[in-house]
Design a protein around this ligand. Structure first.
Ligand code: A3P
Length: 257
């Protein structure tokens, strides 16, 4: 974090994408890239057919990460006059379940699998990789309220529920609005970035990437891509526990997740 603050050089037209892990970062990267390069009409011109979204839009990884909390990204970005940041948030229960699956995939073969009970406990106590979740989300939420023209706050569930509206909003924020008269190019962006398409591309089925010393298969980024999968894994007690923490943490903030 210190290295990021002191050494990362922003350009004033950079756009930061920020998120908590497992909240749809891969999708956000694919969407932003596709919006900005949507005039590459031919399929073979689409770099997403050759590279995973994390290779196309690099993560300021390990210590330098787009998973960094808001106060860390703020000063280098502000110093460079970089104004635009897109944050993607997701329902906490789906985030826990997605993270739990991811963790067990990454650590497969080493220690025994992490139980879902432990994953929920860690999430609720905030003691987890990149945690605590709520402080992360709220840092960006507060900034988006203070600087709505500079910080766009999106939600995974809204992207799933009203994709065209959300993609139009994102494109307009990125300075690449779609013409209001037609939906064709919005639909194309959505399709190119879609879970179903990306998951089936050769590069994502068979490719792999090295991250933080790990060799991760690209398939790990594409599990289910739905809203509400938590219902298949969390007991009602676990769900209640997360809901209670969510309610306490978000009380009075105007944010619902
Ligand atoms: P699930 O584990 O619930 O399926 P991240 O990209 O931040 O690691 O988040 C991963 C989550 O986003 C996973 O959720 C993954 O399946 C989902 N995801 C990845 N690509 C997606 C896409 N193009 N559209 C929707 N969801 C996507």
């Amino acid at each position: 974090m210190a290295a990021f603050r002191s050494q990362f050089e922003c350009r004033n037209d950079d756009v930061f994408l920020a998120s908590f892990p497992k909240t749809g970062t891969t999708w956000l990267k694919a969407l932003c890239h596709t919006i900005l390069h949507r005039h590459d009409q031919e399929e073979e011109e689409d770099i997403l057919t050759k590279k995973n979204p994390h290779q196309v839009v690099p993560t300021l990884w390990s210590f330098l990460s787009c998973y960094l909390p808001e106060e860390v990204t703020r000063s280098p970005a502000a110093a460079a006059g970089c104004r635009k940041l897109v944050y993607l948030a997701r329902n906490p229960k789906d985030t826990v379940v997605s993270m739990w699956h991811f963790y067990n995939q990454v650590h497969k073969g080493s220690a025994g699998p992490l139980s879902v009970e432990r994953a929920v406990e860690s999430f609720c106590s905030g003691v987890m990789p990149w945690g605590p979740f709520y402080e992360h989300v709220l840092g960006y939420w507060e900034e988006s309220k203070k600087r709505p023209d500079e910080v766009l706050f999106l939600k995974y569930e809204e992207l799933c529920g009203e994709p065209k509206e959300q993609v139009r909003k994102l494109a307009s924020f990125l300075g690449r609005s779609f013409p209001s008269t037609t939906d064709g190019s919005v639909e194309k962006v959505l399709w190119r970035s879609s879970f179903g398409r990306l998951k089936e591309l050769e590069v994502n089925k068979y490719g792999a990437v090295g991250e933080q010393g790990l060799h991760l298969s690209h398939t790990i980024y594409f599990r289910k891509g739905t809203v509400g999968d938590w219902k298949n894994y969390l007991t009602s007690d676990m769900a209640r526990c997360i809901d209670q923490v969510t309610q306490n943490k978000l009380l009075g903030t105007g944010l619902s997740l």
